[in-house]
Design a binder for this molecule. Structure first.
Ligand SMILES: [Zn+2]
Length: 374
């Protein structure tokens, strides 16, 4: 499975200038290449290389490998569409490979050696133990990004995954807004803490927006990043706990099929700002990729009627849900927290395991990336 390790660089002021100049220079070169590509309708990397390589090296004094990457960037952009001339932002991200970027992950502090327009630079970076371990398995390219005045490297890594074990039963998970996740074991991950934080940030945002000065805008950007990171961290913790609970009991994990989840959850006006779709999607992705890494099988089940069906007698009716929180079966009188009842139903659907009911998750279904810090 491919994972992305994200590290923050700690350049000196001179190194920062060198990196900024590199970004600007490469993107200028990209725009020049793009101009030529568009005029001559040459879009293949090989043909573009023949057309502009020496011209670019001379005109922008770019090192050889950086020129190659710039040509590749333009060719990749035209692969997506050729409807109009592609233009690149002055500080857009650029790719590095083993020829112009090397890593020292075990030194203190860890460093990279990176090629810039002002020569090779050795720059320290911050990374936790997990990121360092991940970086041991780096493979292919890394992207250099400039975001909110800071430099980041996103390095692609290839992590091997064990074959999934044969599950002895299923752990169902219901995801929602009030409770972020509830398992069929009855473990509840409440959204309260996130809600308190969200209210706090919303309040701060409102007062900063009314100020409207340059520094207020900078604060606003910082806030949005902080809220984003808090949510991501929460999702990491929940998914880790869920996967651990399944693994230590040798069970697989059953999730609802994503298709239609947004249309299905009706959101009241007051809850609209609570219902952030990316957070939902992120938690699911985290559970799926952590599951694959731990060898825990994962199935996606049809989400229809899981919240209206009685997990004891199977009676399905809208009247079973008198309130959002409580499930009360109108047939057998079974009373349970509504989300837990749904999670039990999801686990039961996975156990049925008919081809039309559940879908096995493979690595092709998952696109993993570290969430950018907005
Ligand atoms: Zn019932």
């Amino acid at each position: 499975m491919k994972l992305t390790a994200q590290v923050k660089l700690r350049p000196t002021p001179e190194q920062k200038t060198a990196l900024l100049n590199t970004l600007t220079c490469v993107n200028e070169a990209c725009n020049y290449i793009s101009e030529h590509a568009w005029e001559t309708k040459t879009f293949r990397q090989y043909d573009l290389h023949k057309l502009v390589y020496y011209d670019i090296r001379e005109r922008f004094s770019l090192p050889a490998q950086m020129t190659v990457r710039a040509i590749a960037k333009v060719a990749d952009a035209y692969k997506i569409h050729k409807r109009c001339k592609r233009v690149f932002k002055p500080l857009g991200s650029i790719a590095f490979d083993v020829r112009n970027l090397s890593w020292r992950t075990r030194t203190e502090p860890p460093t990279i050696s990176i090629s810039t327009v002002e020569g090779r630079q050795r720059i320290p970076f911050s990374a936790g133990e997990q990121q360092r371990e991940l970086l041991e398995r780096r493979q292919g390219e890394a992207d250099l990004l400039y975001k909110n005045g800071k430099f980041y490297l996103y390095q692609c890594c290839d992590v091997g995954e064990p074959d999934p074990f044969v599950p002895d039963g299923w752990l169902g998970i219901d995801m929602g807004i009030v409770n972020i996740a509830v398992t069929s074991d009855g473990q509840i991950f409440s959204g309260d803490r996130i809600e308190v934080k969200r209210c706090h940030y919303e309040h701060r945002r409102a007062s900063l927006q009314s100020v409207g000065t340059k520094s207020a805008k900078r604060r606003l950007r910082q806030l949005s990043g902080r809220q984003h990171r808090f949510q991501t961290d929460t999702n990491h913790c929940i998914s880790k706990a869920v996967v651990a609970a399944a693994k230590c009991t040798c069970r697989g994990i059953a999730l609802e099929h994503l298709k239609g989840i947004r249309g299905r959850t009706k959101v009241r006006r007051g809850q609209r700002s609570r219902h952030s779709n990316w957070a939902f999607y992120q938690l699911r992705t985290f559970v799926q990729y952590k599951g694959l890494l731990a060898g825990v099988p994962i199935v996606l089940v049809d989400p229809r009627d899981t919240s209206k069906t009685c997990s004891r007698c199977g009676h399905c009716s809208k009247s079973n849900r008198s309130t959002r929180d409580e499930f009360r079966c109108s047939n057998c009188g079974h009373v349970a927290p509504a989300d837990w009842n749904a999670a039990v139903n999801i686990a039961a659907k996975a156990a049925v395991n008919r081809p039309m009911v559940s879908t096995e998750v493979t690595r092709a279904d998952i696109r993993v990336s570290n969430c950018p810090t907005a």
